[in-house]
Design a binder for this molecule. Structure first.
Ligand code: ADP
Ligand code: MG
Length: 324
């Protein structure tokens, strides 16, 4: 194990600070540190007192894996097989209806599941099954017609538009199939944009944007505009823009849908790297090979969940028509 002892000490300090800030003692805590890359480590904390996930998230760049000795609250259908981590997402009986004349379309029809912090989950299903509707609700771009959505312990379905925009800006990074970049702005300006809404100074915005672009391997393309970038580089720019705010949740709606197979591989590898670093990632995909490589996949059919389990098992499964 070569991970810097300084990082481990800093993490321990953060744990102690987080606990004392919440009035807990540092009782019966065990720390496991596993090196995941030359300069990164996964830190697993087991203990009788739950540690606050938000405070521990500040311990980046190390990924934090938190477990409770009592077993914790694993989500129904979670296929990770690891110890339970704090729940980031809880959906309970969420529905989204569209009224089209006399017809009511149930784009989502009673969806319930939970996602732990640090999970990587593929959402699969045929066209029109409700995947984008689900992702838009998870990303606070849309609100459910019915049901409850809790993000990081907070109910978000009843927030005002302003509050929802704030949650989106602070907690969610969205990556779209069509990149959604500003055509006239450089990669640096595109990535810096979410920080404008936070009131970050221009100098600091540029610094953080350059850092995010470096993370996705685009340090040499800071001043290129989207039309001067390849498809894969555009999507990397979009991923950097999603990461620059350090969101707790990264969402991708068919993020490789416009890319050739070699570039798709590149972008999916990047998502897996981000997952290994501790990010919570949900990707909508219609490509079984992508879903198969995710630790967990959820299959939707006609607005309902019909399967939830290991990616390798769900990816190639035929949809169970009429299943609950
Ligand atoms: P997917 O992403 O799986 O292809 P969507 O979530 O986009 O599916 O759509 C689910 C269903 O909801 C589809 O039948 C679609 O036609 C319908 N739908 C989506 N958005 C709207 C809308 N704004 N108005 C009416 N119907 C919609
Ligand atoms: Mg869609």
């Amino acid at each position: 194990m070569r991970c810097s002892a300084l990082i481990a000490i800093a993490l321990l300090g953060l744990c102690a600070a987080a606990r004392s800030a919440h009035g807990h003692g540092m009782r019966s805590a065990y720390i496991e540190i596993t090196q995941t890359a030359p300069d990164r480590a996964r830190v697993a904390i087991t203990g009788k007192v739950p540690v606050t996930g938000v405070a521990l998230h500040a311990a980046a760049p190390c990924a934090v894996d938190e477990r409770s000795e009592s077993g914790g609250r694993g989500p129904a259908g979670s296929a990770g097989g690891e110890g339970a981590r704090p729940l980031l997402i809880e959906l309970h009986d969420v529905a989204r209806y569209y009224q089209m004349g006399d017809e009511r379309i149930a784009a989502l029809d009673g969806v319930s599941f939970a996602i732990e912090t640090g999970e990587m989950v593929a959402i699969v299903g045929s066209s029109g099954s409700g995947k984008s509707t689900l992702l838009n609700i998870l990303g606070c771009l849309d609100t459910p017609s019915r049901g409850q959505y809790t993000l990081g312990g907070r109910d978000v379905q009843d927030l005002s538009d302003d509050e929802r925009a704030r949650v989106r800006n602070r907690q969610i990074g969205f990556v779209f199939q069509s990149f959604q970049l500003l055509h006239r702005a450089t990669a640096l300006k595109n990535v810096a944009l979410p920080l404008v809404y936070r009131g970050v100074t221009a100098r600091e915005r540029n610094r953080q944007a350059a850092e995010a672009l470096a993370r996705v391997g685009l340090s040499h393309r800071l001043h290129h505009k989207p039309f001067q970038l390849s498809g894969g580089q555009r999507q990397r720019t979009a991923i950097a823009r999603a990461l620059v705010t350090q969101p707790s949740l990264l969402l991708g709606d068919e993020p490789t849908g416009n890319l050739d197979s070699a570039t798709t591989e590149d972008i999916i590898a990047l998502f897996h790297t981000l997952h290994a670093e501790g990010h919570t990632i949900l990707i909508v995909t219609h490509e079984p090979a992508i879903a198969a490589r995710c630790p967990r996949a959820i299959r939707i059919f006609d607005g309902r969940i019909v399967a939830d389990g290991k990616g390798s098992e769900i990816a190639y499964e035929a949809p169970k028509v009429g299943a609950a």
